[in-house]
Design a protein around this ligand. Structure first.
Ligand code: ADP
Ligand code: MG
Length: 375
């Protein structure tokens, strides 16, 4: 057993958006001191942390200060440069490690890794140069989706293409960076599995979430997912296999597609808490953020039991003068706002969880309240 990091110690997070903020809240609740690093002076986590180091993620003197301050450090999102993670890993404990991060940062690498671990990605081809386009089109067929290998999120850097001309145009538009061309499949539903694994290989999984997207962005998560138990089981087993294959330490979220013919396809993974796991804050014994703290501190995973059926709804900045009375009029809704002052279209401003005796009842309330908030 390696040493456990206990309350009173200082924990750090690279990245200060809503995921960093919810990590800070969980860590402080558990009695840790928290330090966040983020260049944005108004970032939501900075307002909650004991210390906010305002610097870019490749700023070595800031990283050094972070490492000196912190007994353990984690990441808010996967686009932190892996060299920065390596740099601080020389000086203090960091989870997830740079090698895991590098796999999750790159769509081609993560698909290759998933294949090796026995999962099934959607048929795809890697594109590293213009001359790969024709071969990829032949292999994958149309319609297809061109996705940049790195730096994509919430549907950014993605193009649906229906023929070789459109593919070529899309490839030019992304700036001829490395890409994958994926078959566009008919999706019955999307699910995600979030697992936690510590340094002693103890593993725990949260209940599988059913995820509905709008414009490539998560809109709603429904738990328990309305899929066959065998599909939920396979999603959890697959995510656990991936975590074990990487000797992963931390929270690992894995997104899947369920096709019309009930095949579970691996989509992508995130080496961190995930938007589709926000429901755990109100509906599980342990939240994904408490679990993140437990994993980086070498503690046992907390109980992931679901205490109530739940529907989580994202609130974006598209229409942003919500009348909060619509939420507080309900006695079974929990509101979470991220402390962002500026509302921009597509920007995640907050979410709410509806808890009810079953997901059908929760969905009715969730939809009604969401429509009212958007009026
Ligand atoms: P991001 O990194 O932006 O989350 P994803 O690859 O998860 O990118 O794609 C975002 C959404 O686009 C998915 O949740 C799904 O709804 C849709 N999508 C992505 N890939 C495919 C595909 N191969 N076939 C059909 N729909 C897809
Ligand atoms: Mg995704």
């Amino acid at each position: 057993m390696s040493a456990q990091i206990l309350p009173g110690a200082t924990l750090g997070v690279l990245g200060g958006g809503q995921l960093g903020r919810m990590f800070c809240v969980a860590a402080r609740t558990m009695g840790y001191r928290v330090v966040v690093m983020d260049p944005d002076p108004l970032c939501g986590a900075g307002l909650i942390a004991d210390l906010h180091i305002r610097a870019d993620y490749d700023d070595q003197s800031a990283l050094k200060e972070m490492a000196e301050q912190c007994d353990a450090i984690t990441l808010e999102f996967e686009n932190i440069p892996s060299e920065s993670v390596r740099f601080i890993a020389d000086k203090t404990t960091v989870y997830p490690v740079a090698e895991s991060l590098e796999i999750a940062q790159n769509r081609d690498l993560e698909k290759q890794f998933a294949l090796k671990a026995g999962l099934r990605p959607v048929p795809y081809s890697a594109i590293v140069q213009q001359s790969d386009l024709l071969q990829a089109a032949r292999h994958v067929g149309f319609p297809a989706i061109l996705k940049s290998n790195t730096l994509g999120y919430d549907g950014k850097g993605q193009f649906v293409v229906n023929n070789l001309d459109e593919l070529t145009a899309a490839y030019n538009q992304v700036g001829k960076v490395d890409c994958v061309l994926e078959k566009k499949i008919t999706i019955r539903c999307e699910v995600s599995a979030i697992v936690a694994r510590n340094i002693n290989a103890e593993l725990a999984s949260f209940p599988v979430s059913e995820n509905q997207h709008r414009n490539g962005v998560l809109h709603m998560s429904i738990v328990p997912a309305r899929v066959d138990e065998s599909i939920s089981q396979l999603a959890i087993e697959s995510a656990s296999l991936l975590a074990d294959a990487m000797s992963y330490v931390g929270i690992l979220a894995v997104e899947f597609f369920v096709s019309d013919d009930d095949i579970l396809y691996f989509n992508e993974m995130a080496p961190r808490p995930h938007n589709s796991g926000h429901y755990t804050k109100d509906a599980c014994v342990t939240s994904q953020f408490e679990q993140q703290v437990r994993m980086m501190c070498g503690l046992k995973p907390g109980d992931t039991r679901l205490l109530s059926p739940v529907v989580m709804v994202n609130m974006l900045g598209d229409l942003w003068q919500p009348d909060w009375r619509n939420i507080f009029a309900q006695n079974n809704i929990k509101l979470h706002l991220y402390g962002k002052t500026e509302a921009r279209p597509g920007r995640k401003m907050g979410h709410f969880d509806v808890l009810a005796e079953d997901v059908e009842a929760a969905l009715i309330v969730a939809e009604r309240v969401f429509v009212k908030l958007s009026e």
